[in-house]
Design a protein around this ligand. Structure first.
Ligand SMILES: Cc1cc2nc3c(=O)[nH]c(=O)nc-3n(C[C@H](O)[C@H](O)[C@H](O)COP(=O)(O)OP(=O)(O)OC[C@H]3O[C@@H](n4cnc5c(N)ncnc54)[C@H](O)[C@@H]3O)c2cc1C
Length: 480
């Protein structure tokens, strides 16, 4: 039988994190094969290529990938500049994939349909760790070939599995029937997709950065075409996560995204309907009505020309159906990460450094990395993925000391509410980031106000209810 060590490590997906995994494997002189479903690497990133990242270049590239690129004379883009998704592809992912070392191991236009172990379904325990992985690979011709691998790194992302409009996680009534009036993700409303949005009534659903991006672009469109009208619905009432930490966000562009959105809502240019759980879409002529549950009963919104569903994505678990995975029950993330990234518990964007141990599954040799490792949680940063794959590759190579030496400092969001966690410590409850040490303030903005001789401004954005750990509602104070 083929020995495991003679087989390549399979990397599923050539996004930023899959390519970084391949670069680390190449750096260690290990055999690797990368499978990419798209026509080019970075297919998902290219799909949202018109969106500007909120992290600057210095946070967007991986160490091993940089070393490989630099060995071929690559000029690193300026650290503080913020690329769009298209820039990330053009200036980093594309040249990385074109290096001779990477080009030799990447196959595009092939989709991994399923992964198992040779001759062993999920139930069989005996000797399964000695059996190679089998990947069922489709190149779209109808033929499925089977490739063997010693280990598998699943970096296939979540972008192509959007959450539905239905607030219950399944399609809303009429969602499929009215698919022609609904877009998912982040349509390019100022460019490619403009004709479908200009001068129309658009309803955007969701309370994350994707929704914020669409809403800001629609507001720009409305400046040029004032007939464009924008409605925004969110399931929750607390918009702190999307409004963000403003000046206290260590990624200023991310902070600005939230502040700009809040200003548009405050000025009435975006009509916000919060606490709205979409349940049904019905057609009226060329338009649709959207029905939802609210605290006050059923409410109907419309008529609407187009609905944009920006409610996040979920991992495709069919791919790994025959593998033994241990997932967080509701986030479908790697289990150890669940409590750290659960949006029910806190809105902090960052997680402690983690690596192969947190990402391992009961299936030896299989790891989920990148944004897919976060499952349905919305707060993944590329930098996290780069440290994940450095650690995972070291573990596969048998370098446990290197694998365990995880280190990562992530930029803080400046928002760290724990409004659902009872008895959380006071330093966790600040809007605007934890207060500087030696200060009696509750957050950065409060500390700054006090330093200017003012009485301080509290810790809650003016229209966001922030419940203190003891269950007391904080005074809205208008800072942050
Ligand atoms: C709009 C947007 C903006 C973001 N901005 C930032 C930011 O500013 N900073 C930041 O750090 N992070 C940001 N993120 C989060 C995250 O870093 C990115 O989503 C990043 O692209 C994740 O990289 P990935 O490699 O894990 O997954 P992806 O980039 O999604 O790559 C997955 C790849 O796998 C391929 N694939 C999927 N299924 C298969 C299969 N079955 N077989 C073969 N190939 C497959 C896909 O075609 C794709 O190329 C942003 C995300 C979005 C959506």
């Amino acid at each position: 039988m083929t020995s495991l060590e003679s087989l390549p490590v399979a990397v599923v997906g050539a996004g930023p994190v899959g390519l970084a995994a391949a670069a680390h494997l190449i750096q260690r002189g290990m055999s690797v094969k990368v499978y990419e479903a798209g026509a080019t690497v970075g297919a998902n990133v290219r799909d949202w290529g018109h969106v500007r990242l909120f992290s600057p270049w210095e946070y967007n590239t991986d160490t091993a990938a940089r070393a490989l690129l630099q060995s071929h004379g690559w000029q690193e883009p300026s650290g503080k500049a913020m690329p769009t998704g298209s820039d990330l592809y053009d200036a980093y992912l594309k040249p990385l994939a074109a290096t001779p070392e990477m080009a030799a191991v990447i196959e595009t236009g092939v989709q991994v349909k399923a992964i198992t172990r040779l001759g062993a379904d999920k139930v069989l325990s005996k000797g399964r760790e000695t059996k190679p992985f089998v990947l069922a690979v489709s190149n779209g011709s109808g033929m499925i070939r089977r490739d063997l691998a010693r280990a598998v790194i699943d970096a296939s992302g979540t972008w192509t599995a959007p959450n539905p409009l239905g607030a219950g996680g399944i399609l809303a009534e009429g969602e499929a029937e009215n698919a022609g009036s609904i877009a998912y993700g982040i349509p390019d409303v100022l460019g490619r997709d403009r004709p479908a949005y200009e001068g129309k009534t658009i309803l955007v659903v969701g309370a994350g950065h994707s929704a914020a991006n669409v809403l800001l672009d629609l507001a720009r469109l409305a400046e040029r075409s004032p007939e464009t009208s924008i409605i925004w619905t969110t399931r929750g009432e607390n918009l702190m996560r999307v409004y963000g930490g403003g000046r206290a966000d260590q990624l200023p562009a991310r902070g600005e995204l939230g502040s700009s959105l809040k200003a548009l809502v405050d000025s009435g240019r975006i009509a916000l309907v919060s606490g709205f759980s979409a349940t049904r879409v019905t057609a009226i002529g060329n338009q649709v009505m959207l029905e939802g549950e609210t605290a006050g009963g059923i409410r109907e919104l419309g008529p609407i020309d187009r609905i944009v569903v920006s409610t996040g994505q979920r991992p495709d678990l069919n791919l790994t159906r025959e593998l033994r995975l241990d997932l967080d029950p509701w986030l479908e993330s790697a289990k150890a990460l669940g409590p750290l990234i659960d949006p029910n518990l806190h809105s902090c964007g960052s997680v402690p450094p983690h690596g192969h141990r947190e990402l391992a599954h009961p299936e030896p040799g299989f790891y989920t990395v990148g944004i897919k490792s976060y499952g349905r949680a919305p707060t993944f940063l590329m930098l996290t993925g780069y440290e994940q794959v450095r650690s995972v590759v070291a573990a596969i190579a048998g370098d446990l000391a290197g694998a365990d030496d995880v280190h990562l400092v992530l930029p803080e969001t400046g928002v760290c509410s724990t409004n659902i966690v009872p008895n959380a410590g006071p330093s966790l409850e600040c809007c605007g980031g934890p207060a500087p040490s030696q200060s009696d303030a509750c957050c950065v903005a409060d500390a700054e106000a006090k330093a200017e001789g003012k009485s301080g401004c509290g810790c809650s954005p003016s229209d966001v209810e922030l419940i203190q750990p003891a269950g007391k509602v904080a005074e809205p104070a208008g800072c942050c």
